[in-house]
Design a protein around this ligand. Structure first.
Ligand code: ASP
Ligand code: MG
Length: 462
């Protein structure tokens, strides 16, 4: 069985949902009845959060207005997709009721002028609840019998509202109880991603982008053969096409590589959200709902090594490098702790770190607290700050396996003023920091030499 997750742009309107229906029908013919997980229509989660923010400001009419806009959008899609009278009325009524409930919850919050994480989740969950009902009805109408399943009765979580932690064992039990019987009957279960409930039924959410996580949890709980993440791009690429001309799609990559690329790169999905599937050995495929014929990218724990020396490149602009030179006794212990305490105190996360006996260089992205950080560090160190730097991260399993590859990559960058070079113990990535103005040229150089050429055939061992 296959779990198919469709993101917000893949359910955003009538045309998108019709495309989805064709993709699901094709999958059912190919591999049997799949389980479908959907995000809210694109933009809806943001609008729900805006409505909550309006309430927080005391702007109850503003919140109500936003609900009307969302209701109208769902109604328009339902009216366009559903033609059979009974289904149409039933779904439109259900959606009307749901948006009325949403307005009432927001009104109550406005009266109390109180927004708790718990009530925020109750509101934000409405996006996935609405889209999953609509998609289930549309599938049925378009010839693929489907059933809406309220994901809050399936995904059991902790009460950490806004970032609830799943209880995988209870969720697996609920999946077997509520979802599997539908699949056996040939009815496509349709669930909202991102939303769940505590064991005693209080609505929770998993955190932004959480629908991928839901799909992964459902796939793991159902021991699915494959999880498909349907989105609006052809999968992951060797590099950001806005930075590198000729970036090509990656047919497959390892979970570790996907994690490295996503950390600094444009995010197709956040790899940590597919960890439950990958841990269970379930392949995750990223596919384009506008071009379902494209093979996309498959992420597995241990794919075959790619042809090219490097799998891909990621980069990040607007980086600040903080250089810290110890004025204490050189080998004094406790120096690093003091350095990191300063960043922690100023709630600034650090990306890349390189050290020598007397100095530490650290990159940060968030500059808001830089003055305080410099002042605090200056109490025990000499500090220098350089802005407008960029970070280039080369990723590939071969870096771990082929001695000399990292040196060749650095060699290709010999004309570039590298400010920092870092390779961590896992050695799947090599990260360099250089002036932002040189980033594009450096990316192009490494991409051309290492992401396209096939790896040289190793000499036969005599
Ligand atoms: N709708 C949620 C969000 O926008 C979850 C998701 O789409 O994955 O964050
Ligand atoms: Mg997403």
């Amino acid at each position: 069985m296959v779990v198919m997750k469709f993101g917000g742009t893949s359910v955003k309107d009538r045309e998108a949902i019709a495309r989805l229906a064709a993709i699901v029908a094709r999958e059912q013919a190919r591999t049997g009845t799949p389980v479908v997980v959907v995000s809210a229509m694109s933009g809806i989660t943001d609008q729900l959060l805006d409505a909550v923010a309006a309430v927080e400001r005391g702007d109850a009419p503003g919140a109500a207005q936003k609900v009307t806009v969302m209701r109208d959008r769902h109604r328009a899609a339902a009216e366009a997709l559903l033609t059979r009278g009974d289904v149409r009325d039933e779904v439109i009524d259900a959606l009307e009721r749901q948006w009325r409930d949403t307005a009432q919850i927001l009104h109550a919050m406005a009266v109390l002028r109180e927004v708790s994480p718990r009530s925020r989740d109750a509101v934000v969950a409405m996006g996935e609840l609405a889209s999953s009902q609509l998609v289930a009805a549309a599938l049925t109408e378009l010839g693929t019998p489907a059933r809406f399943v309220d994901a809050r009765t399936v995904l059991v979580t902790s009460a950490d509202h806004g970032m609830a932690q799943p209880d995988q064992a209870s969720t697996a039990a609920r999946l077997h109880e509520r979802v599997l019987p539908l699949v056996r009957e040939g009815l496509v279960p349709v669930l909202g991603g991102f939303i769940g409930a505590t064991a005693d039924g209080i609505t929770t959410t998993l955190g932004r982008g959480g629908s991928d996580y839901s799909a992964s949890l459902f796939g793991a709980g159902l021991k699915a053969a494959e999880i498909q993440i349907w989105t609006d791009v052809d999968g992951m690429l060797t590099a950001d096409p806005r930075v590198v001309q000729g970036a090509r799609p990656l047919p497959s990559l390892s979970f570790a590589e996907a994690s490295e690329l996503a950390y600094f790169g444009a995010k197709v999905l956040h790899p940590s959200t597919i960890a439950p599937a990958v841990t269970d050995g379930i392949p995750v495929r990223i596919l384009n709902s506008h071009r379902p014929e494209v093979a996309g990218t498959t992420i597995t724990a241990n794919p075959p090594l790619p042809e090219a020396p490097l799998t891909g490149l990621a980069c990040k602009r607007d980086i600040t490098v903080v250089d810290i030179r110890s004025t204490m006794m050189l080998a004094a212990y406790g120096f690093m702790r003091r350095v990191f305490e300063v960043f922690e105190r100023h709630r600034t996360s650090v990306d890349v770190i390189t050290t020598s006996e007397v100095s530490v260089s650290i990159t940060i992205e968030d500059r808001r607290a830089i003055e305080g950080i410099v002042a605090d560090l200056s109490a025990f160190a000499e500090v220098g700050v350089e802005n407008e730097m960029a970070l280039l991260c080369a990723v590939g399993e071969r870096l771990r396996l082929e001695a000399g590859l990292a040196a060749r990559v650095l060699g290709a960058l010999d004309e570039f003023p590298l400010r920092m070079v870092s390779q961590a113990g896992a050695r799947r990535n090599l990260t360099v920091v250089l002036p932002q103005a040189q980033l594009q040229a450096a990316m192009a150089r490494v991409h051309e030499r290492f992401c396209l050429e096939p790896a040289p055939v190793p000499e036969a061992v005599a």
